[in-house]
Design a protein around this ligand. Sequence first.
Ligand code: HEM
Length: 212
Amino acid sequence: MSSIAADHSQAAAQAAGAAKVIQPAWVRIVHWINALAMILMIMSGWQIYNASPLFNFTFSRSITLGGWLGGALQWHFAAMWLLMVNGLVYLTLGLITGRFRRKLLPITVDGVVGDTRAALTGKLSHADLSTYNYVQKLLYAGIIAVGIVIVLSGLAIWKPVQLQWLTALFGGYDVARYVHFFCMAAIVGFLVIHVALALLVPKSLRAMIIGR
Ligand code: HEM
């Protein structure tokens, strides 16, 4: 075989190998760190909420973290750094590698309606895991936006004096608290659907663990 032909077949083999990587390592690493940080934030957040509930209910102690207000605040602030630094890495790499543009855009109303209909009638294809359908695009872009708002509203209620411009942007401390709570509810709702779908299509879970 000539060296050009050998180079060509090597490049083709590499291309075939590369094509098999569905989730690159950096996505998998930040995704699982994010999942851990989110779960710690949610469970400790529920314990903090219980000390001064916004609504007529509290969360069962069995699903909270920290044991009491002080302990929960320590968990919440520790996991906050993990969530924020990891989130910034994900946003930065997602933007500079073009992943967000490639994987999450465009999102069209027709596409979302069509794919929702296909999903409900069992006709949605999961053959090609390397491209997200419109429902996935919408959910992922939406949850990334919610992730940004929950961090900003959290900062607004953590440092309402130093960051008063941010607290004011939310309409004040009390409104920021409600925004923070509803973002948590959206993330928990997303998580229930997201985990259920990951279990229904186990090869997508496999790709998020081993990449292929
Ligand atoms: C512990 C439970 C979780 C499991 C089992 C899980 C599983 C998965 C799987 C299998 C994928 C790839 C699915 C696909 O091909 O569509 C994925 C992607 C994704 N997950 Fe999760 N996930 C979890 C937690 C979370 C949390 C807490 C968030 C955010 C609040 C999240 C946000 C995302 C996003 C944004 C993507 C798309 C990432 C990208 O392509 O850049 N996940 N997850």
